[in-house]
Design a protein around this ligand. Structure first.
Ligand code: PMP
Length: 394
């Protein structure tokens, strides 16, 4: 049986991490996988999360199963974090899933049963797991224009023109903030226009929010998702706690579905519960419990927000330093967009060959489309990177 399997293409990001680890050069620089790193290149456990873990060790009395959809306390704090008071609680349904990725998968399966004829739209480009999962679940997909490589900004006219073709019942994936891989984001007016267009087309927004707090701050990063929640009868949301709580390996993500009314919310809740049961039964609890403790305790929450703000501003500082260094090296402003972008990633706009040369000749690792992880930069490496980019013809 197993001999019938075909070789699967390796995940490019995971393959790049393997190449980086195998590279013996001590001066190598990893700008690949999307994990936050501090100035020393470490991915620390956040202070409040560590404190919550200690508290949990002292107080937890059982490791028995939680609920199929996860713990109600977790749903509540996350709904508050992501949505604020944008929508009535009775219209919400939840499913705790293994990571943001797990939440996306559950939403896609929900779409497949609720609306087998729907097309799922996604930005071009997007996080490669979006198309891979949509294909895996067997849902038709289309892309909408998103990025203007010449200016490094959102190609908003192109986006609106493409989305104008969405049919009633189609689902449109939007990055809540900190677009991966481009770092280019919608402004508030553009969010309004997208919301109006989706309403007019009766298309359903699916907001993937994996970096809340990494862009312009916890509240501003939620602007788009809250606006859609206020305006649209139905919204699907996948929220990841991997990045903003630094709990990548705990696999903590949440489906939040907004239905038209409480009756429909009950139906949605039932299906989400059943999908969890079919796919993995009970979700992992540890990460969600930590998130719930941090968000419910004023002291832990204040410390978490302060540390998240340090992370955010340090990435903004690194963005500005790289943009400045590239301005000095190139004598032009063509990399100015790096300082304008938000979140963990931007694309430099280099060719695959130039990215290969950066890796082979300079030990600088980034994804083939020239996406780099801002948190992988450091004060020490920025001048070297700027020189190398120019040396490969960037
Ligand atoms: N969505 C996007 C856009 C992402 O970049 C990521 C992480 N790379 C995720 C979702 C999910 O992350 P995780 O499964 O680790 O929570």
């Amino acid at each position: 049986m197993l001999e019938n399997l075909t070789q699967q293409p390796p995940d490019k990001i995971i393959m790049l991490s393997g190449m980086f680890r195998a590279d013996p050069r001590s001066e190598k620089i990893d700008l690949g996988v999307g994990v936050y790193k501090d100035a020393n290149g470490n991915t620390p456990i956040m202070r409040a999360v560590k404190k919550a873990e200690q508290l949990l060790w002292d107080t937890e009395t059982t490791k028995s199963y939680t609920a199929l959809i996860g713990d109600g306390g977790f749903h509540k704090v996350m709904a508050d974090l992501v949505l604020g008071d944008a929508v009535e609680a009775e219209r919400l349904s939840f499913a705790h899933a293994p990571g943001g990725t797990g939440a996306i998968r559950q939403i896609l399966e929900l779409i497949k049963v609720a609306s087998p004829d729907a097309t799922v739209w996604m930005s071009d480009p997007t996080w490669p797991n979006h198309p891979a999962m949509v294909k895996g679940v067997g849902i038709p997909m289309r892309t909408y224009a998103y990025f203007d490589a010449d200016t490094g900004a959102v190609n908003f006219d192109g986006m609106m023109a493409d989305l104008a073709e969405a049919k009633a019942g189609d689902v449109v994936i939007l990055h809540g903030c900190c677009h991966n891989p481009t770092g280019a984001n919608l402004n508030e007016t553009q969010w309004q226009q997208v919301a109006d267009l989706l309403l007019e087309k009766e298309a359903i927004p699916f907001v993937d929010i994996a970096y809340q707090g990494f862009g312009d701050g916890l509240q501003k990063d939620a602007f788009g998702v809250r606006l859609l929640a206020e305006k649209c009868p139905e919204v699907l949301i996948s929220a990841s706690c991997s990045k903003n709580f630094g709990i990548y390996r705990e696999r903590c993500g949440l489906v939040i579905a907004i239905s038209r009314d409480s009756e429909n919310a009950g139906l949605t809740q039932g299906m989400l519960s059943s999908l969890n049961r079919l796919n993995f039964s009970f979700p992992p609890d540890h990460g969600a419990r930590l998130v719930t403790m941090v968000l419910s305790d004023p002291e832990l929450r204040a410390d978490w927000e302060a540390e998240l703000e340090e992370v955010r501003t340090s990435m903004l500082g690194l963005r500005k330093k790289l943009a400045d260094a590239l301005r000095d090296e190139t004598g032009s402003d063509r990399y100015g967009f790096i300082a304008e972008h938000r979140g963990m990633f931007s694309r430099l706009g280099l060719t695959e060959e130039q990215v290969t040369k950066l890796r082979e000749d300079h030990g600088i690792y980034m994804i083939g489309d020239s996406r780099f992880n801002v948190a992988g930069l450091s004060e020490a490496s920025i001048p070297k990177i700027a020189k190398a980019v120019v040396a490969v013809g960037g």
